[in-house]
Design a binder for this molecule. Sequence first.
Ligand SMILES: [Zn+2]
Length: 257
Amino acid sequence: MTAVSRRDFLKLGSLSLLSSALLPFEPDADIYREQPVIYRISERYKRIALTYDDCYLVSMLHKLEAILEQNPEVRITFFPVGEALLNNQIKDPGVWKRFYDKGHEIGYHSYDHANLEMAPPEGVVADFDRWLDALRAVLGVEPQVRFARPPFGIVSRPFLYMCAHRGLVPTIWSTGWGGPTESIVKYTVPKVQPGEIVLLHTRPEDIDTTKKALPELAKCGIQPVTLSRMYLDWIKDQNESPGCDIDSTSFVRTCIE
Ligand SMILES: [Zn+2]
């Protein structure tokens, strides 16, 4: 198939995605079965993703910001609700933009932490759009959003419908570091494996755990990176066979057969 260029393949892929996005809602559509939910990524590299849900308290964001300033090689991923994006922006204008400009990532976690399980699928799409408007407002730029995590970790059909229609990767986690800092740092952190996605919240004990875990991770040579970085690692691994290429923005795999 040498007559078809990579550009043509990407065009075909885009048209296919566009046509599926225009289909009416079908409860049994293949869209659900075709949506992989990630909870960990490639074990090949000594990297993990630290992810912080909800993000209600600006004071905790400030503590996290100070920790990250002390660890400039570390990148993290936030899953804030839309209300927290706006409320923290009021309390500290520019707080989200500072994280974003330093290369930290922000993913969808609903506008107000409602359980999306019983929501109409189009309602979840509207919820994402409302959340994205909040993110645009606090960043002042058009953000790149790749990952979505449902409230309470409930991966429901309406949530997957939204992910498919907005081109997001449904994401949960492989390990949680919530709980008393001392025991988490002593017993849970040392067991972390490359490729793991770690669930945390912007709670005082989780922030304290972060501060104490980072030196332990550094001792093991494990680097916290954004979910995008880990996901791109994995995509590259999938594409090492000759004739395949990957779009680093869309994660679309293109192979010439
Ligand atoms: Zn949450």
